[in-house]
Design a protein around this ligand. Structure first.
Ligand code: HEM
Ligand SMILES: *[C@@H]1O[C@H](CO)[C@@H](O)[C@H](O)[C@H]1NC(C)=O
Ligand SMILES: *[C@@H]1O[C@H](CO)[C@@H](O)[C@H](O)[C@H]1NC(C)=O
Ligand SMILES: *[C@@H]1O[C@H](CO)[C@@H](O)[C@H](O)[C@H]1NC(C)=O
Length: 332
């Protein structure tokens, strides 16, 4: 004990930042003086886009999560590949992210560059837009701190191992979240994001076609639901665009229906449904199914945590001039 404290004090004097993680440099009023219209401009772009294309919110939420969980919330996922580099965006796990989600950030950035050039980072725009979209489709309004800087690199090879896949065991998925500092309760709340959006048939085909020698579909799946999905996905191998709602009951509304679905065997991905049967996750599924307020509170706290994950601040990174390329790449 004596050893430990006598070592810790001088360490803290030399490295005061040990007490100040990067996200503590983020603030709520970061743009109040330098770009007072920041929130208003993002909000306007978001509302216009979501009303025109209602699938945008889900796309943006998944885009934001995938950006934050690989490296950190640094807009590295917005960078496009070029002849020298294959970017995160072109990793297989990110290829289904819809263009409309990227478009929101590009549109807001264009307006913000006219209003206050060189001030607002792409990562802040994505964080703010995602929160606005979640609340616009019925979800909670959580706090988004500001002052992130954008990454100066993006590599597809960095993605593997950080993003969970539906065919992983629950233990593996829990480990992936734990590596980023999220406990099981936070994980269950975050996956509640599947209350909106789509999944392509290939992501759950093994549950509905030739599941086992004895059973054609996964027996944990509601039989009527399985029947409907088989019909929907009948041609999924030739038409790879076919997708099913993650929450077939209230697909466009951010609510706790996703958890109620799990209780009825109406979970789409294997990784969704398994949370209902594992004693580590089931208590939270039941809690959030019964109490939407509890889900919204847990989701908000967890998203606030996601949104400051490994952020770049101060002299780290840069404020990109355009969100799809680093500033050093002037030739495009
Ligand atoms: C157990 C962990 C997770 C797994 C295995 C998983 C897997 C997937 C898969 C396979 C899709 C379908 C992609 C497609 O076919 O286009 C999807 C969609 C989606 N995921 Fe997850 N996910 C997980 C956690 C999360 C988390 C934590 C969030 C956000 C906080 C999230 C947000 C979304 C959203 C919003 C969609 C719909 C996207 C759209 O409609 O464009 N997911 N997820
Ligand atoms: C910053 O601006 C926002 C939006 O205009 C306002 O709600 C907030 O109170 C301001 N914060 C401070 C500390 O001035
Ligand atoms: C299921 O298995 C049968 C027999 O092996 C095969 O003919 C069929 O194409 C399989 N269906 C799918 C969707 O993979
Ligand atoms: C639902 O959860 C909220 C937030 O945790 C709590 O305050 C409330 O008492 C819960 N309601 C019920 C009916 O349990």
């Amino acid at each position: 004990m004596k050893m430990a404290s006598s070592l810790l004090l001088p360490l803290l004097l030399i490295f005061p930042f040990l007490l100040h993680p990067a996200h503590s440099k983020l603030t709520l009023d970061y743009y109040n003086k330098t770009c007072p219209k920041f929130a208003k401009i993002v909000q306007e772009v978001v509302v216009d886009k979501q009303l025109a294309i209602p699938t945008t919110a889900a796309g943006a939420l998944r885009l934001f999560f995938h950006d934050c969980i690989v490296g950190g919330c640094d807009a590295s996922l917005l960078i496009t590949s070029n002849s020298f580099n294959t970017a995160e965006r072109d990793h297989k796990l990110n290829q289904a992210l819809p263009g409309d989600a990227f478009d929101i950030v590009i549109r807001a950035k264009t307006k913000l560059e006219l209003e206050c050039p060189g001030i607002v980072s792409c990562s802040d725009i994505l964080a703010e837009a995602t929160r606005d979209l979640v609340s616009m489709v019925g979800g909670p309004y959580y706090t988004v701190l500001l002052g992130r800087k954008d990454s100066i690199e993006s590599r597809a090879t960095d993605v593997e191992g950080h993003i969970a896949k539906p065919d992983m065991t629950l233990s593996h998925i829990i480990d992936i979240f734990a590596d980023k500092g999220f406990n099981v309760q936070e994980m269950v709340a975050l996956v509640g994001a599947h209350t909106i959006g789509f999944s392509h048939c290939s992501e759950f085909a093994s549950r509905i076609f030739n599941f086992s020698k004895k059973q054609d579909h996964d027996p944990t799946m509601n039989p009527e639901y399985a029947k409907g999905l088989k019909k929907l996905c009948a041609n999924y191998k030739t038409d790879t665009t076919i997708a099913a709602f993650n929450d077939p009951m209230t697909p466009g509304k951010f609510d706790n229906m996703y958890f109620q679905n799990l209780q009825r065997g109406v979970g789409l991905l294997a990784s969704d449904q398994v949370m209902m049967f594992d004693p580590r996750t089931k208590p939270y599924v039941d809690l959030y199914a019964a109490n939407q307020t509890a889900f919204f509170e847990a989701f908000s706290r967890a998203m606030e945590k996601v949104s400051v994950h490994n952020v770049l601040t101060g002299n780290q990174g840069e404020v990109r001039k355009r969100c799809d390329a680093t500033n050093a790449l002037k030739t495009q």
